[in-house]
Design a protein around this ligand. Structure first.
Ligand code: PA5
Length: 429
């Protein structure tokens, strides 16, 4: 399912340091399983895999089918944990160009007037035949009050009323907490369709709830296989979490020995958004109390031509995690050209996957020589089941690793600080 190979990174550590960290990881897993660590009221992301709710998966699929049949454009309106998981899975499993279903666009994830204005203009512009575009909107906010999302929703609601009149209501689907909050008041008032985010699942752990599942299903991705891929990973690691414990212990030890940055690198561009989801999952969970390894994302080989120099020879505070897909994505090969005018015939007949694999092996060799500890996380093929498993793998790793640092993984007090300051400056009472 998932292969977690820490051997290269482990060779940078003494046995004594690693064994000390391993004890901390063991305690972290125990805290998670027995719900005795700080923030244990937020462990619903484990429970929902222990007891899958097939009825909910079915109802998400039904709404998604309706949207796929009727929509030209589907807007996912949310920020942070309310959209990064969906984007990660959609980007990983969709084509780079064109789409067989509705076009998926994002809103409510920034404060840019330009972005929102251009989105409004785009959805208002008639189709080539002069008809009005069919647009559906999924507003996702657990609190129901996050400013970026709420402002985009206010703007888009008005546009929907203008374009569709009374029919606007059925085009808006809200995903929020069971009760309370401004968004729930609007749902009651207007009669929008609604999905519930379980109270004990935090935003960045919510991709396998309707938060992520509805947009993913609208993109035409098989959410049952995705979800059950995560269930399988859950069951596997409940029996034997050795891989998670080793990886958490390794990160703990590298943290202790001064590594401050973890570069999550993929070698296929469709996995970059998955890196973005991991970045938020780990970043918001571990970056507290003056601790944590700053997670950042790179897409190789593109970023080897921008970050490669630093990684090879800059300040030695980095580690790297490679996200690898073993099986070829496609069978494209290099063509042979008579005359070999660009001197590339030495590669003729070789697949791009093979060449890319050599790029990764070369990168590993060079970065290891440059004293960068590397972890390899490999899935066999890029599909729903393996992405589902990878989601749970990183959720569990996050819980265990952050507990091993003695930190509550499930709150985000620093984010609240920025919001308080912003609201004060904006004159909110
Ligand atoms: O992980 C988190 O908890 C955050 O990133 C939230 O998802 C993000 O701040 C959005 O919050 P909300 O869903 O309440 O709008």
């Amino acid at each position: 399912m998932i292969n977690c190979d820490i051997r290269i990174a482990r060779s940078f550590l003494s046995d004594e340091t690693y064994i000390r960290s391993r004890t901390r990881a063991d305690i972290g897993l125990e805290q998670l399983k027995t719900k005795t660590g700080p923030g244990s009221e937020w462990l619903g992301w484990r429970d929902l895999l222990a007891k899958p709710n097939d009825a909910e998966l079915q109802s998400v699929e039904e709404v998604a089918k309706d949207i796929r049949t009727n929509a030209d454009i589907f807007i996912v309106c949310g920020i942070g944990g309310s959209y990064l998981g969906a984007k990660a899975v959609i980007d990983a499993l969709s084509s780079h160009f064109g789409s067989k279903g509705p076009e998926i666009v994002y809103a409510g994830h920034n404060m840019s007037g330009k972005y929102l204005k251009e989105l409004v203009e785009y959805i208002k512009a008639p189709k080539a035949d002069g008809s009005v575009k069919s647009v559906y909107l999924n507003v996702i906010s657990k609190s129901g009050s996050t400013l970026e999302t709420a402002l985009a929703f206010r703007t888009l609601r008005s546009v929907f009323n203008e374009l569709y009149g009374e029919d606007a209501t059925e085009r808006i689907i809200c995903t929020t907490s069971k009760e309370g909050g401004i968004l729930n008041a609007l749902i009651d008032q207007k009669g929008y369709r609604k999905f519930v985010i379980p109270g004990d699942v935090g935003g960045r752990f919510s991709v396998l709830t309707p938060v992520g599942l509805l947009p993913i299903a609208v993109a035409g991705i098989d959410i049952k296989t995705l979800f059950y891929g995560a269930v399988e990973a859950y069951n596997t690691y409940e029996d034997d979490a050795e891989d998670i414990l080793e990886y958490a212990a390794l990160r703990n030890a590298l943290h202790e020995t001064g590594k401050t940055i973890d570069v999550f690198a993929c070698f296929e561009p469709e996995l970059k958004s998955l890196g973005g989801w991991i970045q938020q999952l780990l970043g918001e969970s571990e970056g507290k109390e003056g601790q944590g390894i700053f997670p950042t994302v790179a897409s190789y080989s593109t970023d080897l031509h921008s970050l490669g120099q630093f990684i090879q020879q800059g300040q030695r505070s980095l580690m790297e995690t490679f996200i690898i897909v073993e099986k070829p994505f496609c069978d494209l090969t290099v063509t042979e050209i008579p005359g070999d005018d660009d001197k590339l015939n030495y590669l003729a007949g070789r697949s791009f996957h093979d060449i890319n694999t050599k790029a990764r092996e070369g990168t590993t060799e060079a970065h290891q020589d440059g004293n960068v500890p590397i972890v390899n996380i490999t899935i066999e093929a890029l599909n729903e089941q393996n992405i589902g498993a990878l989601i749970y793998f990183f959720e569990l790793l996050t819980g265990v690793f952050v507990y091993s640092l003695g930190i509550n993984p499930f709150n985000q007090p620093g984010v609240e600080d920025y919001k308080k300051a912003m609201y004060r400056l904006l004159g909110k009472e």
